[in-house]
Design a protein around this ligand. Structure first.
Ligand SMILES: NC(=O)c1ccc[n+]([C@@H]2O[C@H](COP(=O)([O-])OP(=O)(O)OC[C@H]3O[C@@H](n4cnc5c(N)ncnc54)[C@H](O)[C@@H]3O)[C@@H](O)[C@H]2O)c1
Length: 260
């Protein structure tokens, strides 16, 4: 099937690389215009240029710190103008931040993580809603994590930031439904997926990528970690009208981990 998101206009944060880049490529392939925002503007421009080589005129790039309210106001306005509307918002930008047990955790670390992984969802949704309302049906997708559902030692700041993102996505879903807007909001919860966010685990394995992946796979019933497209396909479904009656839901992309 092609054209699953034909005519959609999607802003994806943190889309210069990793999962966001895979989402941008897939949504463009399926007919959407894509606004690639990232704190790494040079890489965002390069990613947009590569997509435009295959799908001319479909990708745009923006410098964007998702923890900054001023940036959000500017980026949603520009993206809406460049794409001729905004109908999909993917809150993908996020940081891992390494392991810090609670006694090593300081407020700077905690607030930095919360600013990028959680505050961004409140700020971005707040400022994007007026454009999404003008382009109904709309879809907001929050990239949380299995770490927002299951805790792990040393991951308190990340666990809390992603758990907050998870429940916030349900609040947004309920507020939109209550207002009678055809704007849905759902969360996606990947387990380990092969992107740069796993680099600290590779470093812990002495730079041996295969060994790191094998260690990370141990708790996953399917016995492997995921590929970026495993997550991009979930976002494609949630961004498309195929999921028109799905809101306030969470989709776990975890190789069976949470079924245990
Ligand atoms: N890869 C995994 O194993 C995994 C698992 C669960 C959840 N996630 C989540 O998926 C999302 C994408 O992660 P990824 O694996 O692609 O990581 P990644 O590090 O490859 O990509 C993250 C992107 O976000 C950008 N970014 C960082 N801080 C930003 C900021 N303040 N403003 C705007 N952009 C910023 C980075 O420049 C980068 O392009 C994150 O929210 C992450 O928490 C990833």
């Amino acid at each position: 099937m092609t054209g699953r998101v034909e005519g959609k206009k999607a802003l994806i944060t943190g889309a210069a690389q990793g999962l966001g880049e895979a989402m941008a490529r897939m949504l463009a392939r399926e007919g959407a215009k894509v606004a690639i925002s990232d704190i790494n503007f040079e890489l965002a421009k390069a990613t947009a240029a590569l997509i435009n080589e295959i799908h001319p005129g479909q990708a745009f790039a923006y410098a964007h710190d998702v923890a900054s309210e001023d940036d959000w106001i500017r980026v949603v306005e520009q993206a809406n103008a460049d794409m001729g509307g905004l109908s999909v918002l993917v809150h993908n930008a996020g940081i891992g931040g390494g392991l810090k047990w609670i006694e090593e955790c300081d407020l700077d670390h905690w607030r930095h993580m919360a600013g990028i992984n959680t505050d961004s969802i409140m700020l971005g949704t707040k400022h994007a809603l007026k454009y999404l309302r003008e382009n109904q049906p709309g879809s907001i997708v929050v990239i949380s994590s299995m770490a927002g559902v299951l805790a792990a030692p040393g991951m308190g700041a990340y666990n809390a930031s992603k758990a907050a993102a998870w429940l916030l996505s349900k609040t947004i879903a309920l507020e939109c439904a209550k207002m009678g807007w055809d704007i849905r909001c759902n969360s996606v919860h990947p387990v380990f997926i092969k992107t740069a966010i796993l680099d600290p685990f590779i470093a812990m394995a002495g730079g041996d990528e295969a060994k790191a992946h094998e260690r990370l796979s141990r708790g996953i019933p399917m016995g492997r970690i995921g590929e970026p497209d495993d997550v991009a396909y979930a976002v494609l479904y949630l961004a498309s009208d195929e999921s028109k009656f799905v809101t306030g839901a969470e989709l776990r992309i975890d190789g069976g981990m949470s079924a245990q």
